[in-house]
Write a protein that binds this ligand. Structure first.
Ligand code: CAA
Length: 258
């Protein structure tokens, strides 16, 4: 299927989604949110897709929600189900792993989109921030919650209350990105990580994502209970038998997803 605002390509089990509105620094408008939602839905049904990479075309990843479009919207229009604002939740709840490949700018809704992903690879020179305060609003795609969980109250407050940006290196030392790579190598590195994830047992990958995500949602004892349930579940999978057998036989495993 062809989309107007995003590109989709495949490299074996990895699908790459490229935000493609370079004339607006890939700002997220409702057309892009709709395209992203539809493409994620169809990729989630395709069992041959094991991992996703999200990146941006042109000068950077994404400069946030589209201010030109938002300027004319009322609160009811923004809040409507299925509108622009629900895209961050959709990405945040996606069951397959997503690697974000950042360059240039990851601002506002762009940083919030990256934080909805599972691994963030940032090129040197990337600027990250929540500049919404500069235009009289606050983050609305989960930034106040996800950023605070990632970097802690004091760094998050400084970024959100001042609207200032931080460098990729500062983001890495604050725990906001997984890794900083040389300029222009972000996509290549993200692809390597995604291919590695795609080579693992699919059910274990899915449940690992679920278990780690639940660490952010509830108490430690709830999270530990959930992890144990998922761990035990994998002991009835064929891939667990194959993975352990292959290790003992000193050969690479052949996973089938069962
Ligand atoms: N929405 C709409 N258009 C945007 C945009 C955005 N978020 N960010 C950039 N653009 C457009 C600019 O209007 C400009 O278009 P024209 O050429 O038609 O004027 C084009 O992209 C290039 O941008 P600049 O000329 O500004 O490029 P620059 O290199 O000088 O500056 C920048 C880059 C610092 C990222 C600057 O564009 C900027 O500050 N953008 C806005 C960032 C922002 O405030 N993001 C938060 C949005 S609100 C949000 O995201 C809410 C939420 O939580 C869901």
């Amino acid at each position: 299927m062809e989309y107007q605002t995003i590109g989709i390509s495949r490299e074996g089990p990895v699908a790459v989604l490229t935000l493609n509105r370079p004339e607006a620094l890939n700002a997220m408008n409702s057309a892009m949110a709709r395209d992203l939602r539809q493409s994620l839905e169809s990729l989630s049904k395709d069992d041959s897709v094991r991992c996703l990479v999200i990146t941006g075309s042109g000068k950077g990843f994404c400069a946030g929600a589209d201010i030109r479009e938002m300027a004319g919207l009322s609160s009811t229009e923004v809040a409507r189900a299925g509108s622009l604002l629900s895209i961050w939740e959709t990405v945040g709840k996606y069951p397959k792993p997503i690697v974000a490949a950042l360059s240039g700018f990851a601002l506002g809704g762009g940083l919030e989109l990256a934080m909805c992903c599972d691994i963030i690879i940032a090129a040197q020179g990337t600027k990250l921030g929540q500049p919404e305060i500069n235009i009289g609003i606050i983050p609305g795609g989960g930034g106040t919650q996800r950023l605070t969980r990632a970097v802690g109250r004091y760094k998050a407050m400084e970024m959100i209350l001042t609207g200032s940006t931080i460098t990729a290196e500062e983001a890495a030392s604050a725990g906001l990105v997984s890794r900083v790579v040389p300029a222009a190598q972000h996509l290549q590195e993200a692809m390597k990580v995604a291919q590695t994830i795609a080579s693992k047992a699919p059910m274990a990958v899915r449940l690992a994502k679920q278990a780690v995500s639940s660490a952010e949602d509830g108490t430690l004892s709830d999270g530990l209970r959930h992890e144990k349930q998922l761990f035990l579940l994998l002991f009835s999978s064929k891939d667990k038998d194959e993975g352990m057998k292959a290790f003992l036989e000193k050969r690479p495993p052949v996973f089938t997803g069962e």
